[in-house]
Design a protein around this ligand. Sequence first.
Ligand SMILES: Cc1ncc(COP(=O)(O)O)c(C=O)c1O
Length: 337
Amino acid sequence: MSVVRFPKRVPLSIVPTQIHHLPRLTRLLGGPEIFMKRDDLTGCAMTGNKVRKLEFLCAEAIRRGATTLMTCGGVQSNHARTTAVAAARLGMKSILFLRGQCPQTTQGNLLLDRLVGSEIRFITTEQYKQADQLMKEEASRLKSIGEIGYAIPEGGSNALGCWGYVNAAKEIQKQESKLDKPFDYIVVAVGSGGTFGGLVAGRKMLGLRAEIIGFNVCDTAADFQQRVAGELAIFQQRWNHPVSCNPSELNIVDGYVGEGYGRDYPEELDAIQLLATVEGIVLEPVYTGKAFHGLLDQIRKGRFKKTDRILFCHTGGIFGLLDGQQRFHFRDQNQSI
Ligand SMILES: Cc1ncc(COP(=O)(O)O)c(C=O)c1O
């Protein structure tokens, strides 16, 4: 196992997260062997993949003397919620730039944002395109009143944030050394690219055997190949680890976005219900549901060998499931006895 020196990290997550074998799902599919990395259990209000990235981003914020964390995302952004809770945990303020209108009811992630006292600015899709600029302007305003703002990009997906999943790759390597065979593939949802990018970097740095496969949940695979390759180039330049690669080397599978980001469709809701029913593990429709449906579909189409061992990284998002926007159909929905 290679020794990698990590940047400073402030511990916020409950790790290592467990890896579960999914025997009934595996049997139902007739192989390959499916496992799940439970990064939905990295915490409670701070749970999910984002907290791993924030451990490195917050360490830098503290080093710079930040008093306020700022970030952006959708109204139900898991990342924004995790940032807001992390700020409160670290005794900082938070300002969230959320794309969309203020909803009539405060549910899911937004409820937690408000509960931890985050200052929320609802912005239009047009304004959101300039979110980095808005945060820069906010940082200047904060400076003028003696505060120090630290801006975190969408999804925490810059080169520093990627270290969160280099750390997760290290964890996986340690855990698989205790299993009888290593994983052939690690599968993850791609929403802003940092989780996938971090796993790709970690694989290269640590010599992991498993190939990393991403399923994009918005935009296109080509967009993310460019974006992630760009962050990996910055990563290489900043920390001098040879992780840079050609965009085409990044294995991102397109075709499971549906009508767009955050818009669910029947096949993915079926996949979520299947997993929940046979294994008691709950995904959500914006990220993990689409990626998991993509994985099941690729398995059915014969992409993998029956003997392959696949680790699906469950990246959390449970609060988004609780915003009441999904179109699940339950067999006994309106039955009374
Ligand atoms: C629950 C969940 N899973 C997966 C992702 C995708 O991770 P990333 O943004 O690092 O691509 C996100 C955020 O975008 C998320 O909130």
